[in-house]
Write a protein that binds this ligand. Sequence first.
Ligand SMILES: [Fe+2]
Ligand SMILES: [Fe+2]
Length: 169
Amino acid sequence: MPSLTWSDELVLAHPQMDATHEEFVALLGAAETALAESREAGLAAYEVLVEHTVAHFGQEDRWMTATGFAPENCHSFQHAQVLGLMHEVARLAREQADFGPLGRVLPELGAWFRMHAQSMDAALASHLDQIGYDPATGHIARAPAAQGMTGCGGSSCSPSPQPGEPAEA
Ligand SMILES: [Fe+2]
Ligand SMILES: [Fe+2]
């Protein structure tokens, strides 16, 4: 049973982001299914998810840089933290045959992604919509209100918990 399934609550009305997110959810579910069959299959499927996530986060980071966010904004920072963790989990399984972290991180990624999509990614989608950003051409119809934004596209920055961290009550 996958820890996360695609549903309307994850849709952000940003077609390109939604398509990437739907792929993320499918690849996460595939990794969970594969890991239930064998460690090798699980690791192989997980590495496909990691590769996809590099592109997924990179795409959002580029959109932020192109539309007025500072490079060290909190959304990109969270991407880097999560990707670092994902790489480390793959390394432990591949190099040390330590599959414990891999088994734990998959459901944690499901819970983390739901929160991330509904907070930081939702704020980014809304920001891109407000300024009329065309991801295909990079054209901005309405100039962003500020440059060098460090928040997440909303008025304040409230990072969501990382995978493995308890959610705040
Ligand atoms: Fe995303
Ligand atoms: Fe994101």
